[in-house]
Design a protein around this ligand. Structure first.
Ligand SMILES: Nc1nc2c(c(=O)[nH]1)N[C@H]1C(S)=C(S)[C@@H](COP(=O)(O)OP(=O)(O)OC[C@H]3O[C@@H](n4cnc5c(=O)[nH]c(N)nc54)[C@H](O)[C@@H]3O)O[C@H]1N2
Ligand SMILES: Nc1nc2c(c(=O)[nH]1)N[C@H]1C(S)=C(S)[C@@H](COP(=O)(O)OP(=O)(O)OC[C@H]3O[C@@H](n4cnc5c(=O)[nH]c(N)nc54)[C@H](O)[C@@H]3O)O[C@H]1N2
Ligand code: SF4
Ligand SMILES: [Mo]
Length: 872
């Protein structure tokens, strides 16, 4: 194997990654997004390749079936539903983690061949407000600038963005520039975050106060600057926007929760600095006023002509690796492919002609929240979910659960079998994952990069594009899905972008409409548009022309509007939800890496001291909204504002139990974009006494723990084992709530009077699991000490005593370490070989031995060979 250049599958920075022949992952020095840098998640990519609960064959109602049968079933279910209930009774719910080629064919199948708008994506939860705001302002979903603008700016404003954790490499570039040129950084976020650490000014805005804040700035700029001086002929709408903003000026301080002094300091800096970039992310988008927030930000750039030139402009930081690529092919229910308009007859005709179809969908489909509500109401007969975990990531997750229960046929394409959504599917389709699949992604600066495969497809696994095309063919659209591979799809996508495009659609990559397979393989990162016969264009709008009918950008009048929800009960606090540095969404990949789990191992609820009452840090708290409740560990901190609490979105039923925040979150949506209000839920909190705690140590693979009342269970990957920590407000007298390995023998010691339970599960001469629980005032053994006991030989009576003591009662003979990188012993390796690991890869997948420096590989091969001879 030679060196492979590919792109990180996590955030929208879109860093280039290099994989060397030994499997080592490093940052690609030549990639213009990162120039060699990687963050903690990117550099741990090598550790996410061997997923413990990898889905390796299609499964219908839990039974493994062949791909042919699986695809026949999908096609039959779709065809039946369409015949009986019409095209709008089927839907695809995709993801910004699909590659553009996957997305293109999914969208072609739904909006083209089937003729329904019901193709939406998790980008609805992520970028929909930006899309709507950019379309209103520029006439197209277009990010004008480049990452290098951040390095050339003198003032960078970060709004609702924890850039340091969520776009870490972009943040590193900004900090390096700050060190060089003294860039001022203003962070607008209700919370103090890692990003506020380096800020020149942190404006702890009242949640939802962003429109008021930027409207105030607009008025300040009008009053103190010759606004519009450059862009006089390029923008319209300033007067109306000014009038609306002025009407609310009196309540500026109340609406923003900020003092005049703070506000005017920022306004003054903005007015005096020509080179200003405003980066915005989910604190802006995930709001019932998200689209207005986006326009309020764009307005100040348009009004002052701070756009289209080096070092200035609004910059939407996209979340997922391909959030923008998905939009280019019409991934949202209100879009068509290639930035064509679903509401435009001419656009629909153009697309139907290009796809050689009689017609395409002529009205927008259901947006994510509405789609799942419709499914819960029995209106969707077949739903195909790809590369997303809506059981966790959609608000009011109870509706999602009902939707999955009520919908007669739910298909989930994923790489893992145990995601909270996958466990509810009727049909599971095993998808190719990062490193196995090929295609393109577009990052936040419109840069299209290749994702390349560097591993062969595991048996039974297929890339998403292939599964979609096969279903398309079975539904009678052979001609439309005659693609041999991603290069064919990309070529068609490029051709469509240029088809009858007279310059009206800025998204145009027709220069690549004839790209050969070899050139596609070698395609270097470039920014769209790349029109036929031209060079790629990095910075847009330099000429002051916008893709609107009159060529002018729109300054959109927006009025401040607080988030509204009147709770049924008294809910004195506002819940904000955010992300951690080292976890990716629902943790299906990052949640298996020990070192990524160490940064913030438990799900916390951050509570301001003024709101804490007698709640102490470390205590179990219940957070309740009108929609649901969750159990978290209290962290009393003044990082947030009084009256607001914050939790992270990551924990799931698969990685624990009780801490899932989705069921609590507000499903209200922005009226324009349909994006949910994920950062603003009225809640109440209640401390729970911790009466009982437990520790379960499990050998591979991890399990999904059952739900137990008032019990928080949190999984943590630790060297060679899965550790589950239980915190309960009552004595869990029923040990059956603990996920014990089936078919195991138990050695146990239960002291009912003192409330102590200890057991070891033994199977095939191996310790499979250990469970220790005790009342909260008693100490449990260390997880590390218990993990070491997994290596003991349980048939030795002395060792059994050690198991129940939770420590070694006598010094066990130490087995020599073979793999130094991960501390794997000869005994562990021999056990694994006896348990069926017949290759170094299998050993590596199970124990990780040999997967880092590789020095022990010859010894591992020797041990496998030796075992084979002994057993022959
Ligand atoms: N480590 C890590 N990185 C990621 C991801 C991940 O899961 N983990 N996911 C990726 C994805 S898909 C996305 S979308 C991005 C998200 O990237 P970000 O948007 O940076 O991340 P969040 O933490 O969701 O929210 C950002 C901030 O918005 C603030 N906020 C809440 N309400 C308001 C408000 O009313 N106004 C303002 N101004 N701010 C507010 C929150 O306090 C929070 O600090 O991250 C991407 N990068
Ligand atoms: N409360 C709250 N909720 C939120 C947010 C928030 O800030 N607060 N943020 C929202 C945002 S911005 C986002 S983007 C969403 C993200 O939420 P999700 O999209 O639901 O989260 P992921 O864990 O990224 O889910 C991706 C799934 O795809 C699988 N997968 C990985 N690679 C592939 C592949 O190649 N093919 C297939 N078929 N599957 C694959 C993974 O195993 C995983 O199950 O969450 C949203 N939900
Ligand atoms: S910054 Fe984003 S794209 Fe870059 S390595 Fe980190 S997660 Fe991957
Ligand atoms: Mo996102």
């Amino acid at each position: 194997m030679s060196v492979t250049r590919t792109t990180c599958p996590y955030c929208g920075v879109g860093c280039g990654v290099t994989i060397d022949p030994s499997g080592q992952v490093t940052g690609d020095r030549d990639h213009p997004a990162n120039f060699g840098r990687l963050c903690s998640k990117g550099s741990a990519l090598g550790e996410t390749l061997a997923l413990p609960n990898r889905l390796l064959s299609p499964r219908l109602h839990g039974k493994a079936i062949g791909w042919d049968a699986a695809l026949d079933e999908v096609a039959a279910r779709f065809a039946d539903a369409i015949a009986q209930h019409g095209p709008d009774s089927v839907a695809i719910y995709g993801s910004g983690q699909l590659l553009t080629e996957d997305y293109y064919v999914a969208n072609k199948l739904m909006k083209g061949c089937i003729g329904t708008g019901n193709m939406d994506t998790n980008s609805r939860l992520c970028m929909a407000s930006t899309v709507a705001g950019q379309k209103r302002a520029f006439g197209g979903d277009i990010v004008p600038g480049q990452y290098e603008d951040l390095e050339q700016a003198d003032l960078v404003v970060l709004v609702g963005s924890n850039t340091a954790w969520c776009h870490p490499v972009l943040y590193q570039r900004l900090i390096a520039a700050k060190q060089k040129r003294g860039t001022r950084i203003v962070v607008i976020d209700p919370r103090r975050t890692a990003t506020t650490e380096d800020a020149t000014l942190h404006l702890a805005v009242k949640p939802g106060g962003d429109v008021a804040l930027f409207n105030g700035l607009l008025i300040y700029l009008i009053d103190h600057l010759q606004t519009n001086h450059l862009f006089n002929s390029s923008v319209t709408g300033l007067a109306a926007a000014e009038e609306m903003a002025r009407a609310h000026l009196r309540t500026l301080e109340r609406d923003t929760g900020l003092s005049q002094a703070e506000l005017y300091l920022f306004y003054d800096w903005f007015a005096r600095t020509e080179k200003v970039v405003t980066v915005f992310s989910q604190g802006v988008n995930q709001s019932s006023a998200g689209t207005d927030k986006v326009n309020a930000i764009i307005n100040v750039h348009l009004a002052t002509g701070r756009i289209g030139r080096p070092g200035m402009g609004p910059l939407s930081a996209t979340g997922q690796p391909n959030a923008m690529g998905g939009r280019e092919v019409g991934g949202l229910a209100n879009q068509l492919a290639a930035h064509l308009d679903i509401d435009g007859t001419a656009d629909r005709d153009l697309l139907a002609r290009f796809w050689k179809l009689p017609r395409v969908a002529d009205k927008p489909g259901l947006k994510a929240v509405d789609l799942f509500t419709a499914a819960a109401d029995g209106k969707i007969q077949a739903l195909w979910i790809m590369a997303t975990n809506p059981m966790v990531s959609l608000p009011d997750a109870d509706v999602v659960r009902r939707a999955l229960e009520r919908c007669p046929f739910v298909i989930v394409s994923d790489i893992v079998a145990d995601s909270d959504t996958a466990r509810r599917a009727h049909l599971l389709l095993p998808a190719a994952g990062w490193g196995e699949k090929d295609g393109t992604v577009t990052n936040s600066e419109r840069r299209i990069s290749r994702q390349r495969a560097f591993r062969s497809l595991p048996d039974g696994v297929k890339p998403d594009w292939w599964a979609i095309c096969e279903v398309g063919k079975r539904l009678g659209f052979s001609e439309q899905f005659a693609f041999q591979g991603p290069a064919d799809i990309f070529r068609e996508h490029a051709a469509l972008s240029g088809f009858e495009n007279d310059g009206r659609r800025v998204f145009d990559i027709s220069a690549l409409d004839g790209i050969t397979a070899a050139d596609y393989e070698g395609l270097k990162p470039f920014c769209w548009p790349w029109r036929k016969g031209e060079q790629p264009t990095a910075r847009l709008f330099a000429d002051g022309r916008f893709p609107t009918p009159d060529g002018k950008a729109r300054i959109v009048p927006v009025a401040p509007r607080p988030p509204v929800h009147t709770p049924r009960k008294k809910r004195p606090l506002i819940l904000n939800t955010a992300r951690l540095r080292d976890q990716w969404h629902t943790m299906t990949r990052t949640g298996i890496v020990e070192r990524l789990g160490q940064h913030r191992p438990v799900p916390q609820l951050h509570i301001h001291p003024d709101d804490a009452g007698d709640i102490q840090s470390g205590q179990l708290v219940e957070v309740t909204s009108d929609w649901g409740r969750a159990l978290l560990i209290a962290d009393i901190t003044a990082d947030g504002r009084a009256g607001e609490v914050a939790a992270m979105m990551h924990w799931t039923a698969a990685t624990g139990s009780g801490a899932e925040i989705g069921p609590v979150v507000n499903p209200a949506v922005d009226p324009v974009s349909g994006q949910p209000e994920l950062k603003h839920t009225p809640v109440s909190i209640k401390p729970l006494a911790t009466r009982w705690q437990g520790l379960l140590i499990l050998r591979d693979p991890p399990v999904t723990p059952p739900k137990a009342a008032e019990t928080l269970i949190v999984r943590q990957p630790m060297e060679g084992a899965w550790v589950y920590r239980l915190t309960a407000s009552q004595y869990a007298a029923d040990p059956s709530t603990i996920p014990a390995p089936s078919g195991a023998e138990f050695v146990s010691a239960v002291d009912r009077t003192r409330g102590k339970i200890r057991w070891a599960a033994i199977r095939n001469g191996q310790v499979e699991a250990l469970f220790f629980a005790a009342p909260a005032d008693q100490k449990l053994p260390d997880a590390e000490a218990l993990i070491a006991l997994l290596a003991l030989n349980p048939s030795d009576p002395d060792m059994q005593a050690s198991l129940l003591a939770g420590r070694l009662t006598q010094t066990a003979p130490r087995s020599p370490q073979i793999c130094i990188c991960f501390g794997i012993t000869q005994e562990q390796i021999e056990t694994a070989i006896a348990g069926g690991c017949q290759t170094t890869e299998a050993l590596g997948a199970k124990l990780r031995c040999g997967t880092n420096c590789g020095s022990c590989l010859p010894e591992l091969k020797e041990m496998i060979r030796h075992a084979a001879i002994v057993h022959a």
